[in-house]
Design a protein around this ligand. Structure first.
Ligand SMILES: [Fe+2]
Ligand SMILES: [Fe+2]
Length: 260
């Protein structure tokens, strides 16, 4: 998986909605998603890696700092997620989770190579990753998926900012490819949540929405503060980035909670 995942499509430009996966929010199908993950894995093509990056030091330093944090976030082995997934007694879903984790680990390898190209180094621990993993393990599968979703939204928007704002065409294409994967991950998790929320009353789902929103907003604000220097060199204002994240969150959460 690891070496294969370094080779991905080299198409340029940041996709706004490039993932091929359809958001079937009315019905979650493990079989459909297994097919998506298998096809996505099979269809990966080689990236065109630049030999040299003509990126000023003032841009590199904050970008490396942010990518180091993302890199450890993408590295996890998904032990808890696999354990929770097992409780559903759906082997096909377990396979989906396995391929999802492998895809994220593939992103970690790609980010590691980008950091290396930028002459940065990898880190093995950061307090935000520790906090994020701890939050995920607080309760069961739904909490785990919800916290993963917050990371997917923030990650998707940060990678898109890299795809749009970095002054290197090859890197922009690489980040665009990651964005496409992240869009599909969002669809995968939201549609799963939709299925899980079906048994709840409207009042309960509304309460969940407000609780999730508060947690999401808090995590977003911490992220924006922690990554403010990178966002600045990528031309993203804190308020603008927050609005983009909230928009994406609201659309997915409202659908998943059957509130739209
Ligand atoms: Fe990822
Ligand atoms: Fe992801």
């Amino acid at each position: 998986m690891t070496s294969q995942r370094l080779f991905q499509p080299s198409s340029g430009g940041a996709p706004d909605d490039g993932a091929r996966a359809t958001f079937k929010h009315n019905t979650f199908s493990s079989k459909y998603w297994l097919s998506y993950f298998e096809n996505n894995r099979r269809d990966k093509q080689a990236f065109v890696w630049p030999q040299y990056l003509d990126i000023p030091y003032t841009v590199r330093v904050p970008i490396i700092k942010s990518l180091q944090r993302f890199q450890i976030g993408e590295t996890g082995d998904g032990t808890h997620l696999r354990k929770y997934a097992k409780t559903l007694n759906d082997p096909t879903f377990e396979q989906c989770i396995d391929l999802f984790i492998k895809e994220e680990n593939g992103h970690a390898l790609v980010l590691a190579r980008i950091i290396e190209l930028m002459e940065g180094y990898l880190i093995t621990w950061h307090w935000t990753d520790y906090a994020f993993v701890s939050l995920r393990h607080l309760m069961g599968l739904k909490t785990e998926i919800f916290i993963i979703l917050t990371a997917e939204i923030v990650g998707r928007n940060f990678y898109k900012a890299c795809a749009d704002g970095l002054p290197d065409q090859a890197l922009r294409a690489i980040f665009s490819s990651i964005v496409r994967d992240e869009i599909a991950h969002l669809k995968f998790h939201w549609s799963f949540m939709h299925k899980e929320m079906l048994p709840y009353s409207k009042l309960t789902r509304q309460a969940i929405y407000y609780f999730w929103s508060a947690v999401f907003l808090t995590i977003c604000c911490v992220f924006i503060f922690d990554h403010r220097e990178a966002l600045q060199v990528l031309g993203k204002s804190p308020v603008g980035f927050l609005q983009e994240c909230l928009r994406l969150y609201k659309r997915g959460a409202m659908r998943a909670l059957l509130l739209s």
